[in-house]
Design a protein around this ligand. Structure first.
Ligand SMILES: Nc1ncnc2c1ncn2[C@@H]1O[C@H](COP(=O)(O)OP(=O)(O)O)[C@@H](O)[C@H]1O
Ligand SMILES: [Mg+2]
Length: 252
C-alpha cells in the first residue's frame, strides 16, 4: 500500500473561541485527487488553508494537532513557509491573476525565487501553460494582460502559475464554482490530467465533479470529518446517514 504524502493528525482549528475544525485526521495519497465536500461553514476551507499555513498571519487563529508532509510537521518552527508554499500551491474560487501580462503571471513565483534566465522562464511558461491546457489559447498573446482573458481562461492561468513553481501538492478551493459549465468542465479535465504528476485536494460543491474526478472523498459537517473513503464507496454506499442526506441533496 502506498504511503500517504500528507497526514493531518488530530487537527483542531479555532477562530477566537469558535471551533471550526474538530480533531480531524485524514491522510492524502500521492497522485490522487481527494475531494472535500460538505455544506457551507463545515470547515473545508479552514482545512485547506491550514495545509498551507495561511492562518499564520491571523492572530485570531489557533491550531492544535499536526500536519505531516513527507513525514515532517509543517507546523514545526523549522518550516519555512515560503518553501512550503512552493511545494504546496493553492488555487482559489475567484480567479485571481495579478494585473500583469500572462507571461509575468506564470513566472511570478520563479522571479521571486531569483530566476532571471530568459530561456528558463520561457520554457517554464510554455510547459506550465501546456499542462494547464491553455497554451493554444494564449500563445500568441503572452504579453497581453491576463485580466483581458475570460474567467475560465484566467483560472487556467492561475493553475499554470501554481504549476510553474513545481509543487508536489495543489490545493483547490472550489476552483470552478465561479465559472460557467463549459469553463468548469475544462478545468475539471485539466485537473484530471494533472493527477499523473501531482497530488490534489479539491474542495467542491459539485457532487458530479467529486464523483467524476476524485479518488477519495471526505464529507465534513460542523467541523467534523464524518466520512472519508474511496469516492465510489462514499457516493454509492455511504456509511453515515448525514453523508447520504447531503449527497442526495436533502440539505446543504
Ligand atoms: N477568518 C475567519 N474568522 C472567523 N471565523 C471564520 C473565518 N473563516 C471561517 N470562519 C468560520 O469557521 C467555520 C468554517 O468555515 P470554512 O472553513 O470557511 O467552511 P467551508 O469552507 O466549509 O464553507 C465557519 O463557521 C466560519 O464562519
Ligand atoms: Mg469554503
Amino acid at each position: 500500500m502506498t504511503a500517504p504524502i500528507l497526514q493531518v493528525k488530530d487537527l483542531s482549528v479555532y477562530y477566537n473561541k469558535k471551533k471550526a475544525l474538530n480533531n480531524v485526521s485524514v491522510d492524502f495519497y500521492p497522485n490522487e485527487i481527494t475531494a472535500l465536500i460538505g455544506p457551507s461553514g463545515s470547515g473545508k476551507s479552514t482545512l485547506l488553508r491550514s495545509i498551507n499555513r495561511m492562518g499564520d498571519l491571523n492572530p485570531e487563529v489557533t491550531l492544535t494537532g499536526a500536519i505531516d508532509y513527507n513525514g515532517r510537521n509543517i507546523y514545526s518552527p523549522r518550516t519555512d513557509t515560503v518553501d512550503l508554499r512552493k511545494e504546496i500551491g493553492m488555487v482559489f474560487q475567484q480567479p485571481n491573476p495579478f494585473p500583469m501580462t500572462i507571461y509575468e503571471n506564470v513566472v511570478y513565483g520563479l522571479r521571486i525565487n531569483g530566476i532571471k534566465d530568459k530561456q528558463v522562464l520561457d520554457e517554464a511558461v510554455e510547459k506550465s501553460l501546456i499542462s494547464a491546457s491553455i497554451w493554444d489559447e494564449v500563445k500568441d498573446r503572452l504579453h497581453d494582460s491576463a485580466l483581458g482573458l475570460s474567467g475560465g481562461q484566467q483560472q487556467r492561468v492561475c493553475v499554470a502559475r501554481v504549476l510553474a513553481t513545481s509543487p508536489k501538492i495543489i490545493l483547490l478551493d472550489e476552483p470552478t464554482s465561479a465559472l460557467d459549465p463549459i469553463s468548469a468542465g475544462k478545468i475539471e479535465d485539466t485537473l484530471y490530467g494533472l493527477k499523473e504528476k501531482y497530488t490534489m485536494v479539491l474542495v467542491t460543491r459539485s457532487m458530479q465533479q467529486a464523483s467524476r474526478i476524485s479518488d477519495r472523498t471526505g464529507f465534513f459537517l460542523d467541523g467534523d470529518l464524518i466520512e472519508y473513503d474511496q469516492t465510489k464507496q462514499v457516493f454509492l454506499n455511504p456509511r453515515h446517514k448525514e453523508t447520504e442526506d447531503y449527497i442526495t441533496g436533502k440539505f446543504g
